[in-house]
Write a protein that binds this ligand. Structure first.
Ligand SMILES: Cc1cc2nc3c(=O)[nH]c(=O)nc-3n(C[C@H](O)[C@H](O)[C@H](O)COP(=O)(O)O)c2cc1C
Ligand code: FES
Length: 597
């Protein structure tokens, strides 16, 4: 294998690719060739580095210098200064707003410092399309150990002892699930990897597959050995083209290396993996709907009279595990249950990956030990709220999770605490909201999503979520009534108790949690016909404060309705008849002169 003095680890996660990673790669290769450096410096395309807000990003190895927000035009200077003259380029380094001093090394940047990587252990360090790089970082060691020196029962015991719980939502103990599937004798058993990931704002699973597909394949093969299965299936949505491509490449390479197929590593173990593309319906992430989808039936959940580990896909014992759950497995086998269970809280062991999005400064992919506080995640790692506005809430657990207020910022994040607080871990979405967010409108948004994604099979979910959506919409439009609040709570309980699957059972969470923590806001909409956050259009009027207006005319020039007028150098005014409350004037005003009442 060719060796290089420097590796430019260029992020090729979906975020960076959409911001031009491949153009930067071409520019780098051109520039390196022109300078005669092509045999000294390699450009390596990696999976998501995590710090997506700053993408496209490059880490220069071995010195660990981190460059961000790259454009093709930056490439000649970067090559000249850093790679030829040995002078790292300050202007492309990350500069924390609070210090204004560029931080050269990735490991010194606040976003990365408090993270602990297990599922994302290879993030930004390998080319996901090259199996040799995964192996060089200890990849397939777990499978070799599982096949070479452990019995299936010992593998299951190790996973049980580690305390690993499913990262896909319910937090079910992985070892217990495997044990149940192992117990049921059958001529066929299936290991399914759930890569459906339908939560808005979530991209953990996509990034793991894009950045380290072999970790998932290895976890699946170990699961197969443990339960006595020779057939794996990755259920992944077709909307993930990069992940799909890298997954297919990884499967092909693993087959070529004899790590999938017959007689793996010369053991008496056959295991192969196929990919099943889903069409992108949220409900397909639910186990019985997924099974129906794979079997070519309408993807509707069904009542669970028997566990899938006894009669799942094609009525055969089936283990369904989330991408992150499976990616962690090889590390537990290599490093031992004791190592893993030493991380985290009493009942939630290990780490959890979150996609940190919304109004936080450092959006991206974050992996932290269970028990890390929301404050640490949002303020230390996430860098706080954009525009230094006030934090208002964080929504965890995907569309059917809950919104948690400022008072809970110091809460350690684990399965139990989130559930007690009226939210859930879900698969790890974390959406941060600032003071400009209306919590009633947020509840409306998630209800609309869940109403649209309900398969419609059971009445409680089909009708109940729709009625809740219509009530909350009425409240947003100023048509709310006092009795709507107890009615919403009553409906929420009914939908929760009588829905057939967890989509319906958790659908009321956004309303219940916002009612629990932000009831005042509901009351302001209903009683005072006022949206305190200034979001619900029917309830707000935009005004320009003459004291604050500096007559810069930015609002006037940007108003799409020409609803703002005024003389030059004089405060401007808004014509309420013409105003469509789009909020552009408020967004462009540098002096906070546009108020919403
Ligand atoms: C509506 C709905 C959507 C779900 N979507 C996903 C998903 O996208 N990914 C996932 O891993 N689990 C999802 N789940 C949870 C799965 O049904 C299942 O519990 C999980 O894949 C099991 O794997 P784990 O034990 O490793 O968490 C969903 C559940 C429901 C009710
Ligand atoms: S996609 Fe590049 S840092 Fe996430």
């Amino acid at each position: 294998m060719k060796s290089y003095r420097t590796h430019l680890m260029l992020c090729a996660g979906t975020g960076c690719v959409s911001n031009g990673s491949y153009r930067i790669k071409a520019a780098l290769e051109r520039e390196l060739a022109q300078r005669g450096l092509q045999d000294e410096v390699a450009v390596v395309m990696t999976g998501c580095n995590g710090f997506c807000a700053q993408g496209p990003v490059i880490t220069v190895q071995p010195d660990g210098i981190f460059y961000q927000l790259l454009k093709d035009g930056d490439v000649p200077e970067l090559v000249e200064e850093h790679l030829l003259k040995g002078r790292p380029l300050k202007r492309l380094m990350y500069t924390p707003p609070e210090t204004e001093t560029p931080v050269p090394k990735m490991s010194d940047i606040g976003f990365f410092r408090k993270q602990r990587l297990i599922a994302l252990r290879n993030r930004g360090l390998i080319d996901p399309e090259n199996i040799d790089e995964y192996i060089a970082r200890g990849g397939y060691k777990g499978l070799a150990k599982a096949l070479g020196s452990m019995t299936p029962a010992q593998i299951i015991a190790e996973i049980k002892e580690s305390g690993l719980r499913g990262r896909g939502g319910a937090g079910y103990p992985t070892g217990v699930k495997w044990e149940s599937a192992a117990r049921h004798a059958s001529n066929a058993k299936y290991i399914i990897c759930n890569a459906d990931e339908g939560d808005p704002g979530a991209f953990m699973d996509r990034s793991i597959i894009e950045g380290d597909p072999h970790a998932v394949l290895e976890g699946m093969a170990i699961a197969g050995r443990a339960v006595g299965s020779s057939r794996g299936l990755v259920y992944i949505r077709a909307e993930y083209p990069i992940a799909l491509e890298r997954l297919s490449t990884a499967i092909r390479q693993a087959r070529e290396y004899g790590l999938l197929g017959k007689g793996i590593l010369e053991a008496d173990f056959d295991f192969d993996i196929d990919v099943f593309q889903g069409a992108g319906a949220f409900v397909c992430g639910e186990s019985s709907a997924m099974r129906a989808s794979i079997q070519g039936e309408p993807p509707e959940p069904s009542a669970k009279h028997t566990h899938a580990t006894e009669a799942g896909l094609w009525e055969k014992p089936t283990v369904l595990n989330n991408v992150e759950t499976l990616a962690v497995v090889p590390e537990i086998i290599v490093r031992g249950a004791g190592w893993f269970s030493g991380i985290g809280t009493e009942k939630s062991k290990g780490t959890k990956v979150f996609s940190l999005v919304g109004k936080v400064k450092n959006t991206g992919l974050v992996e932290v030990p269970m028990g890390t506080s929301l404050r640490d995640i949002i303020f230390d790692i996430g860098g706080g709220i954009q525009g230094d506005r006030k934090f208002k809430a964080v929504q965890t657990g995907g569309p059917s999770g809950g919104c948690l207020p400022t008072a809970l910022l110091d809460m350690p994040v684990d399965y139990e605490r989130l559930a007690e607080a009226g939210s859930m871990m879900g698969s790890g979405g974390m959406i941060v909201m600032d003071e400009g967010t209306c919590m009633v409108d947020v509840a409306r948004y998630f209800l609309e999503f869940l109403r649209d994604e309900s398969c419609g099979k059971c009445t409680a979910c089909r009708e109940g979520v729709d009625v809740m959506y219509r009530i909350v919409s009425d409240i947003c439009e100023g048509k709310g009534k006092e009795e709507h609040i107890p009615l919403l709570a009553e409906l929420g309980d009914a939908v929760k108790d009588s829905s057939m699957c967890a989509l319906g059972a958790t659908a009321p969470n956004p309303v219940m949690s916002t009612l629990r923590y932000f009831e005042d806001e509901y009351r302001a909409h209903i009683r005072d016909h006022r949206c305190p956050a200034g979001v619900c259009k029917a309830l707000v009027t935009f005004r320009i404060d003459p004291e604050k207006c500096r007559a810069c005319l930015l609002c006037n020039k940007n108003c799409p309705q020409k609803a703002i007028s005024g003389e030059k150098k004089k405060p401007q005014t808004i014509d309420e008849e013409k105003c469509i409350k789009c909020g552009v004037c408020r967004d462009v005003c540098k002096y906070e002169a546009v108020t919403v009442q």
